[in-house]
Design a protein around this ligand. Structure first.
Ligand SMILES: C[S@@+](CC[C@H](N)C(=O)[O-])C[C@H]1O[C@@H](n2cnc3c(N)ncnc32)[C@H](O)[C@@H]1O
Ligand SMILES: [Zn+2]
Length: 349
């Protein structure tokens, strides 16, 4: 933890400043210590270089974060791999309407304080930190922040924080840009979590989110059926099931066969057309992800990510538009793809 973070963070309970007690330091990083609120006296630990603010101990929340801690423990290496980081960067640019990384970097130049809400293992925080005069706060509730900190901790303008995006240690209207990619649908209530986040946006600030899209009805039905069971499994059991789904995806994908549907099947949400067999099964009937670069571990990780977290809500474009309208945000880009909805909006005042 960089001591300069004290200029920005406040007690998540009462929004007052902190007093810092340092136990151990390495160069300019506080490794162990305690943050004590000057007003309500709540205490938050700093361990392994990261301030820890998660206070929700409800069963559902703990289980959700345990699922992600397990996912990142097993899959941080394959998600830190260069090919994945590069793929993720290009996917991000495409979804949020950036013509090039140069255009996005120009946008970043006018964003002083940036929140990466649910950073996972920190790849997005790194992408958001290109402009060295911006300050990026990379936050996640799970132990993924430890992997993010190990990988990107030497970046001078990223602060790593373990906290809940529904209980932030910041003052309202603090951020110029909030980025929350594939996170909000994993909280107890996507729309109230979004509404809460927007309170931290400065006037004319931007927010970009990605949430899961509702799928074809049979796929939704099957997802509900499977998830009802998989969220109750042990990590090992769900990993094995996720592997089964990866192998099934691989088998279908290796067919390299196409299927032609001669006319729309409205009841199943299927449109006439020619599809790759694996993609057709995947989008309409069953999530069985197989990574195009033939990475088994990563494929297992993606399936696990879908089947294990307690909450994984799917939404429609009209729902998302309503959230932005209600929060008085003007939508600047919106892209709907089969898997999800990516939106950026700007606070009107
Ligand atoms: C699917 S991952 C996405 C990570 C990253 N944004 C990315 O795009 O690679 C979802 C992340 O959201 C985090 N998360 C879920 N609920 C959260 C909450 N209430 N507060 C903070 N982080 C949360 C999880 O711990 C997990 O790391
Ligand atoms: Zn306090």
């Amino acid at each position: 933890m960089k001591p300069s973070i004290l200029e920005y963070i406040v007690c998540p309970t009462c929004s007052s400043d902190f007093k810092l007690l340092t136990k151990s330091k390495l160069k300019n990083e506080i490794k162990e210590g305690t943050l004590i609120c000057v007003k309500c006296k709540d205490k938050f630990k700093i361990t392994k270089g990261i301030p820890r603010f998660v206070v929700d101990v409800t069963k559902d929340f703990v289980r959700t974060e345990m699922a992600f801690s397990a996912k990142w423990k097993n899959h941080h290496k394959n998600h830190h791999a260069k090919d994945w980081v590069n793929w993720q960067k290009n996917w991000f640019l495409e979804r949020f309407g950036w013509k090039s990384i140069g255009q996005f970097n120009t946008f970043l130049k006018s964003q002083n304080f940036i929140l990466d809400a649910g950073t996972g293992i920190g790849n997005s925080a790194k992408l958001l930190s290109t402009n060295k005069s911006s300050t990026v706060f990379a936050l996640d509730a799970s132990d993924s922040v430890d992997f993010a900190y190990k990988k990107y901790g030497t970046s001078s303008n990223i602060h790593f924080i373990q906290a809940d995006i529904r209980q932030l240690p910041f003052r309202k209207t603090f951020f110029d840009y909030i980025f929350s990619d594939q996170v909000l649908h994993h909280t107890k209530n996507t729309s109230t979590s979004f509404k809460y986040l927007t309170k931290f946006l400065a006037k004319f600030g931007f927010i970009s989110i990605y949430v899961y899209n509702k799928k074809a009805p049979i796929r939704e039905y099957v997802d509900d059926y499977i998830r009802k069971r998989t969220v109750k499994m042990s990590v090992r059991e769900c990993t094995e099931f996720s592997k089964d789904m990866a192998y099934l995806g691989q088998a279908l994908s290796k067919l390299k066969k196409k299927i032609t549907i001669p006319r729309d099947i409205p009841l199943l949400g299927v449109k006439a057309g020619t599809y790759d067999v694996q993609r057709f099964v995947y989008w309409n009937f069953l999530k069985c992800f197989w990574d195009e670069s033939d990475n088994l571990q990563r494929s297992v990780g993606v399936n696990f990510d879908w089947y294990y977290p307690k909450f994984a809500y799917r939404h429609t474009v009209s729902e998302v538009k309503k959230w932005f309208r209600d929060a008085k945000l003007k939508i600047t880009t919106l892209k709907e793809i089969e898997s999800g909805i990516s939106v950026t909006g700007r606070k009107k005042s």
